[in-house]
Design a protein around this ligand. Structure first.
Ligand code: NAD
Ligand code: UGA
Length: 463
């Protein structure tokens, strides 16, 4: 089956960049990316400088494809009708209410888009699960499509996305692997082939792995769990280094030089953030418990618990330095994005560090080169709303947050700086003046980015 028209439901961090790259590599396929969020679609159709997702190289790809064979629209019905293949790339956050709240994946957006497809589709379609999902979701989706559809045939494939934010375009151009799970039936195999043909336009065939649907769905959760586990492992060692005089960066290097372990994902930090690691591991924990595998569930849960411990431990370093009282202290937080080269702040460690410090009476001044004042405020309010914080308390703490649009103003009269995102700007900043002119000034480097250049007792490093 030759695919000529693709629809992608969900114009977010995954839907936008992945479809832009497919459009670039497959100029004969028309791709329409749809979303219920009109502002997001307007932004995708707007100036290249203000696309809703910031990713190095993305605007160049969009510039070449938009209006040629890549379109962004809110007309979901039309895009479904006109396509032979539909990618589902909607958000699958952690459930906040009902059975499994705080652990299980909230599939309401995914199920709503399946219902939308069922209602509108009058011809057979290949449905591609792009979102990260609990293993065996395809079964549930098939049920919706069959029970609520118009009697047409749907073939369901799992094709999880492995891109990392900040390097999305690079990752999509040169994926380590593309994973496609499908049914081993004749229609299933035809659908798998149709998707393999698309990716083979630029991905070498030996990097395209085909499996059954369940292996593919589970491989995504397992991959994220294994990556996050490495970070929690190295962060747990950072605590032990601090007690023993070992150096965490030397330790990472020594461990990573073993080719069986490898050097990646061994950088100690204030804790991993991002929209996926925590939610995917909690989802895995929930699944294991559902299947009665309590020991397995506990093993993976520990990865998230160590991450929470690391964020708290880092915040305590600052609080302890000021002997437990941050009142009248001005602390500058550098970095709000969950990693460099992205404007995404979901689950960023900065949000939690800010919360700890504010609750210990600090006045905090924040600067991030890519994140707006409005976004920073909405992130912290979202956290407090989830914790059901009283309005009076919220108002009091909000008065102690000031957001800056440049590093210099955020540092005026600062008692201490916490580096939370590894932006190059923070690494290359000349810290000598501040370190020498203010006797009590302290830097807490939550990313160990100043270690190479500075050997100064006023800087506290991890491990
Ligand atoms: P996102 O929140 O940035 O985008 C999802 C989009 O889906 C939103 O714009 C939302 O409005 C839209 N949407 C929700 N319900 C809809 C509906 N019924 N109809 C049309 N549009 C709808 O999320 P994301 O970061 O792109 O992640 C999407 C999925 O991909 C998640 O399952 C995530 O776990 C997975 N994933 C994300 C990344 C990443 O780097 N962000 C990487 C790999 C996998
Ligand atoms: C991660 C995975 O790397 C992707 O493969 C996956 O597709 C994606 O999740 C997803 O499913 O959403 P992402 O969260 O975008 O990608 O970014 P990472 O580079 O993995 O970083 C995640 C967090 O871990 C960041 O806060 C980063 O600073 C932190 N990190 C990373 C460390 O603290 N130490 C490291 O050595 C590496």
């Amino acid at each position: 089956m030759k695919i000529r028209n693709i629809c992608c439901i969900g114009a977010g961090y995954v839907g936008g960049p992945t479809m832009a790259v497919i459009a670039l590599k497959c100029p004969n396929i028309k791709i329409t990316v749809v979303d219920i969020n009109k502002d997001r679609i307007d932004a995708w159709n707007g100036p290249l400088k203000t696309l809703p997702v910031f990713e190095p190289g993305l605007s160049e790809v969009v510039k070449k494809t938009r209006g040629q064979n890549l379109f962004f629209s809110t007309n979901i019905d039309l895009a479904i009708k006109n396509s032979e293949m539909i990618f589902m790339a909607v958000n699958t956050p952690t459930k906040t209410k009902g059975e499994g709240a705080g652990m299980a994946a909230d599939l309401r957006y995914f199920e709503a888009s399946a219902r939308h497809i069922a209602k509108v589709a009058k011809k057979e379609k290949i449905i591609v699960e792009k979102s990260t999902l609990p293993v065996r979701t395809a079964e549930k989706i098939k049920e919706i499509l069959v029970n609520e559809g118009n009697g047409v045939h749907f073939e369901i494939l799992s094709n999880p996305e492995f891109l990392a934010e900040g390097t999305a375009i690079k990752d999509l151009f040169k994926s380590d692997r593309v994973l496609i799970g499908g049914d081993q039936t004749s229609t299933g195999e035809k659908a798998i082939k149709a998707l393999v043909d698309i990716y083979s336009s630029w991905i070498p065939r030996n990097k395209i792995l085909t499996t059954n649907v369940w292996s593919s769905e589970l491989a995504k959760l397992a991959s994220n769990a294994m990556l996050a586990q490495r970070i929690s492992s190295i962060n747990s060692f950072s605590a032990l280094c601090e007690k023993t005089g070992a150096d965490i960066d030397e330790l990472s290097k020594a461990i990573g030089m073993d080719h069986r372990i490898g050097p990646h994902f061994l950088k100690a930090s204030v804790g991993f953030g991002g929209s996926c690691f925590q939610k995917d591991i909690l989802n895995l924990v929930y699944l294991c418990k559902y299947y009665g595998l309590n020991e397995v569930a506990e093993y993976w849960h520990q990865v998230v618990k160590i991450n929470d411990y690391q964020k708290e431990r880092f915040s305590k370093m600052i609080i302890d330095h000021f002997e437990g009282d941050l009142s009248a202290k001005k602390i500058t937080l550098l970095g709000w994005a969950f990693k460099q080269k992205t404007n995404d702040t979901r689950e960023s460690a900065s949000i939690y560090v800010a919360d700890y410090l504010l609750k210990n009476n600090a006045e905090i001044h924040i600067y991030d080169p890519m994140v707006s004042d409005k976004k920073i405020h909405s992130d912290i309010i979202y956290l407090w709303d989830n914790k059901k914080m009283k309005i009076t308390e919220k108002t009091k703490l909000l008065n102690n947050i000031k957001v800056h649009d440049n590093i210099s103003s955020s540092l005026i009269d600062s008692d201490a700086v916490a580096i939370l995102t590894e932006w190059e700007e923070f690494e290359s900043y000349d810290w000598n003046d501040l370190l020498h002119s203010r006797e009590t000034f302290k830097i807490f480097d939550g990313r160990n980015i100043l270690k190479k250049k500075y050997n100064n007792s006023s800087i506290t490093f991890l491990g």
